[in-house]
Design a protein around this ligand. Structure first.
Ligand code: BG6
Length: 479
């Protein structure tokens, strides 16, 4: 067995990290537009009124807003069958609370969809990827308020009706479990508590109570989106999307084993359990009680969650961590959270542990739990690249990808129903954790530095040709 002949090979981006053009076509300001550039290890400062003297990476990003035709032509040249991207909410409803959508914003996406269709590339649309209108964050304290559900459904209604003939696969929320981590409070939840200044892991303020109430509203909104979408087009497929932080016990000490199990359930399984089984799982009650969290859930919420499960499971996978009950265990960094370091694994320059076999382990774990089709909607290596004479030699990225694809094949042989793979940042874009352009994931190099200086010309990296061959051979030729 190997990859099915309809396997969805592709790549992924998000509007706030790739588009730029932050004030074009009537676009409003999103929560991402007011976050400054930082570097590895320093938190990103949030400047709600843009007063801080800093560089705001989302304003230019990769300038795909101006170059999307060229970018899509390059994706087609690689051989993409699927392109995952997000729709910037603030292009459609600039402040989030207008009655009517912004036609100019919709026209931009009309063109993007047409361009994809021209090359037979299936869109995988993320409806919300850190792009909440800043106005809604200020007005309602973001998803902490139930009012957000209607604002979000108004957006869904417009998108589902307008693009019903273009799209089959939707992801209502990127990394829905991000609200389970402090980093999700502002970026995902649009929650602005007093004193908010930082949005990455070192942030100063947190409110688990607000985060989990917000997460509840998000999950109800996602279920309502499924309900609405299936009425508009019964063929729509909705994907749960989790930031899967794969965790291993550092030792066989039962304390490590128990801690790993508890963290895995709360961090990785909670949202998908709700979205596939339609109710809050037993273990979350104790977590809420231990952390003084009291989530308000109505009878109607319970019905909506029960009646509208998602269709497929998708996740981002970059790295794994270890869990240790020993506070002195050596630590490593990671996506949304770090953990104890694993002596068997190498790390990237940003200290994310590289663990291809962890991908096979994770695929088996999630398929065993839900038995629904699975997509890997983010994966990749953030690394520095050098452009020399128009070329970028990136053997480290090829090595990372090869080893992960080999493990995907193993998982398929294990029996996992893996249907798609959209590696992250298929074209270089600005990083979410730091805003750096120099943390590159792409097969396509974008000539710009961290401060937005450069020609923004696109160049094919060595990995571009490698991935092209991998797709052409349906995952067989990974040399
Ligand atoms: C995921 C996000 O958590 O990780 C992306 O969905 C993000 O938006 C990706 O870009 C990689 O993280 P970073 O910080 O390297 O961009």
């Amino acid at each position: 067995m190997s990859f099915s002949k309809n396997f969805l090979w592709g790549g992924a981006t998000a509007a706030n990290q790739v588009e730029g053009g932050w004030q074009e076509g009537g676009k409003g300001v999103s929560v991402s537009d007011v976050i400054c550039l930082s570097s590895h290890g320093s938190p990103r400062v949030i400047s709600l009124d843009l007063s801080e003297q800093c560089y705001y990476p989302s304003h230019k990003a990769s300038e795909s807003y101006y170059r999307f035709r060229e970018d899509i032509a390059l994706f087609a040249e690689i051989g993409f069958k699927m392109y995952r991207f997000s729709i910037a909410w603030t292009r459609i409803f600039p402040n989030g609370d207008e009655e009517e959508p912004n036609e100019e914003g919709l026209k931009y996406y009309d063109e993007l969809f047409k361009e994809l269709k021209k090359y037979n590339i299936a869109p995988l649309v993320t409806i919300q990827h850190n792009e909440l209108p800043l106005n809604l964050a200020k007005k309602f304290n973001g998803w902490a308020s139930r009012e957000m559900i209607d604002c979000y459904l108004k957006l869904c209604n417009v998108l589902f009706k307008r693009y019903k003939d273009y799209v089959t696969y939707w992801i209502p929320f990127n990394e829905i479990n991000d609200l389970g981590f402090p980093v999700g409070l502002y970026l995902h939840g649009g929650i602005i508590p007093d004193g908010l200044r930082y949005c990455s892991n070192g942030r100063e303020v947190d409110s688990p109570q607000l985060r989990y109430q917000a997460l509840h509203h998000v999950m109800v909104a996602a279920a309502k989106a499924v309900e609405l979408g299936k009425k508009i087009n019964p063929n729509f497929q909705f994907g749960h999307m989790t930031c899967h932080i794969t965790q291993y016990p550092l030792t066989c000490n039962p304390d490590d084993i128990l801690l790993t199990q508890q963290q895995d359930l709360v961090r990785n399984c909670f949202c998908s359990d709700v979205q596939f089984y339609g109710e809050y799982p037993y273990y979350i009650k104790r977590y809420f009680a231990d952390n003084n969290i009291n989530v308000e859930i109505t009878e109607d919420d319970r019905r909506i969650l029960k009646d509208n499960p998602h269709d497929f499971y998708s996740f981002s996978y970059y790295m794994s961590i270890c869990v240790s009950s020993n506070p002195d265990a050596a630590q490593t960094s990671g996506n949304v959270m770090g953990g104890a370091s694993n002596p068997y694994l190498d790390v990237s320059e940003w200290e994310w542990q590289i663990d291809p076999k962890g991908l096979r382990y994770t695929l088996n774990k999630v398929y065993d739990r839900y038995h629904v089709p699975v997509m890997i909607t983010e994966n990749g290596l953030g690394a520095r690249d050098e452009l020399i004479d128009g070329k970028v030699h990136d053997p480290y990225r090829i090595d990372y990808m090869r080893k992960h694809i080999e493990q995907m094949r193993e998982a398929i042989n294990d029996g996992v129903e893996l249907i798609g793979y959209t590696p992250w940042g298929c074209i270089d874009l600005v990083a979410a954790s730091t805003g750096q352009m120099s943390k590159r994931y792409g097969f396509i190099y974008v000539d710009a530095d961290d401060y937005g200086a450069g020609t923004y010309k696109r160049y094919r990296k060595d990995s571009f040709y490698w991935y092209q061959k991998a797709i052409a051979s349906n995952g067989e030729d990974l040399k």
